[in-house]
Ligand binder design. Structure first.
Ligand SMILES: Cc1cc2nc3c(=O)[nH]c(=O)nc-3n(C[C@H](O)[C@H](O)[C@H](O)COP(=O)(O)OP(=O)(O)OC[C@H]3O[C@@H](n4cnc5c(N)ncnc54)[C@H](O)[C@@H]3O)c2cc1C
Length: 408
């Protein structure tokens, strides 16, 4: 048996890569290594169904345990990859073992961005892993007083919704940027989401910074704002973004720039090493820009791209990005990527509980569609963006115009 493929990180990207390799007929050895001991699981439910108790830990498994044996994939859990030795095509593991590779796939993902690390008090959490989610759920039952979420991104807002409606807590969301979802969503969607959270009783502090924490007997008691105000808090969740896990790659001399740099085949600056998922920065087919995405779609589609290259049927990565979030009874879905400066057309079907925002570039290209409670339009939008068949703004705004006709 040859050295085969070694995949670092067994989460959405790594597991999908192993599966896609087998689906594409790859017969060589596949070794999948992850520092976590838990069987590889889905992360999105951690801030959604798992937090409310609607989804069990078992239901989160990415693949059933039999999958790895059945597909002859050597899954090694609880082992950290400590070094990549490129000139010997080897990786060194924390248990002293050495793995030889013919092709290496780095799928090491991301970690919570450190924030207020010098304030070591109890009942302050970040959410990235199943263990984090379990700890937060337990703290929801054992703590009292307001919950303060630091960071108004998607994960923070999903938690705010759960703490408000499921645990019936007083909730504050503090966001340093002037509006919620500043990085990921348009001002239109952001305003709609903020209004929903406020209606639900959450206090939104946009454009305000947190500078410290107060404590009583070692447990958090307040969140200190830059202007000196202290928000009382019995539980604090820090959700101020993530950092790509690129250190192994950087130490091995691979090019990195807030993410491991790859080409349209997810190949790094070393032709036998690929990087996929949250940890990489790649040239986006539509805009030509170097971007780093943090979503399951990107992890899965890049995994398939790498499998296609390794199995000799190389397909470049050209997928339309998409993302979803569930909060306060809203299904938020985004197809494509919104950027500041785009023209927004609104399809207002609010009497049916639906709303959509279409975003066009300066040249009239449809770049992103944000839908609220409209999965069918989300799917159609992905097809429109991919096919290059775009509606006129007047067609978007006319809810009687059947957008499906454009692709017929
Ligand atoms: C709470 C939460 C909710 C989310 N909700 C959504 C959502 O609704 N929709 C959506 O599209 N996306 C969502 N995301 C984002 C999505 O989960 C990520 O984009 C996705 O997990 C990326 O997959 P990945 O495999 O690239 O990285 P990760 O999931 O970060 O996995 C990387 C793996 O590599 C391992 N690893 C790292 N370094 C080493 C090492 N040195 N040795 C061994 N193992 C290592 C880690 O233990 C980890 O298991 C959410 C994320 C979180 C945390």
């Amino acid at each position: 048996m040859t050295a085969g493929v070694v995949i670092l990180g067994a989460s959405h990207a790594g597991v999908q890569c192993a599966a896609a390799l087998r689906e594409s007929g790859y017969l060589g050895s596949i070794t999948l290594v992850d520092v976590q001991k838990d069987h590889p699981y889905q992360r999105p439910p951690l801030s959604k169904g798992f937090m409310t108790g609607a989804a069990s830990a078992e239901s989160l498994c990415l693949r059933g345990e039999v999958f790895y044996d059945a597909e002859n994939i050597d899954l090694r859990l609880g082992v950290q990859v400590e070094r990549i030795v490129r000139d010997e095509h080897k990786v060194l593991l924390s248990d002293g073992q050495v793995l030889a590779y013919e092709t290496l796939v780095i799928a090491t993902g991301s970690r919570a961005r450190p924030f207020l690390e010098d304030c070591a008090v109890e009942n302050v959490y970040t959410l990235r892993t199943l263990r984090d989610a379990e700890a937060i759920r337990a703290a929801a039952e054992t703590t009292e007083g307001p919950v303060v979420i630091v960071g108004g991104g998607y994960v923070g807002l999903e938690l705010a919704a759960t703490f408000r409606t499921h645990f019936q807590r007083i909730v504050h969301v503090v966001e340093a940027a002037p509006r919620l979802l500043m990085r990921a969503a348009s001002p239109a969607l952001s305003a709609l989401v903020a209004a929903k959270h406020q209606e639900a009783g959450t206090v939104v502090h946009a454009g305000r910074c947190v500078t410290g924490l107060e404590q009583v007997n070692g447990a958090v008691s307040g969140v200190v704002m830059q202007d000196g105000e202290v928000l009382p808090a019995g539980l604090v969740i820090k959700g101020v973004g993530i950092l790509p896990n690129q250190e192994l790659a950087a130490m091995a001399g691979l090019d990195c720039q807030d993410g491991i740099l790859v080409d349209q085949y997810c190949r790094t600056s070393d032709s036998s090493i690929f990087a996929i998922g949250d940890c990489c920065r790649f040239p986006e087919a539509f805009s030509g820009r170097l971007v780093r995405l943090e979503c399951v779609q990107n992890a899965h589609d890049q995994a398939r791209t790498v499998a296609s290259v390794i199995s000799g049927k190389a397909q470049p990565y050209t997928a339309v990005p998409w993302f979803w979030s569930d909060q306060l009874g809203m299904k938020l879905q985004t197809a494509g990527r919104w950027e500041d400066g785009m023209t927004c057309a609104v399809r207002d079907e609010s009497e049916k509980g639906k709303m959509s925002f279409f975003h066009f570039s300066y040249s009239g290209q449809l770049c992103a569609v944000e839908t609220v409670n409209h999965p069918a339009l989300h799917i159609l939008s992905r097809r429109m963006i991919l096919s290059g068949v775009f509606p006129e703004i007047s067609q978007v705004e006319n809810v009687d115009f059947d957008l499906k006709r454009l692709l017929a």
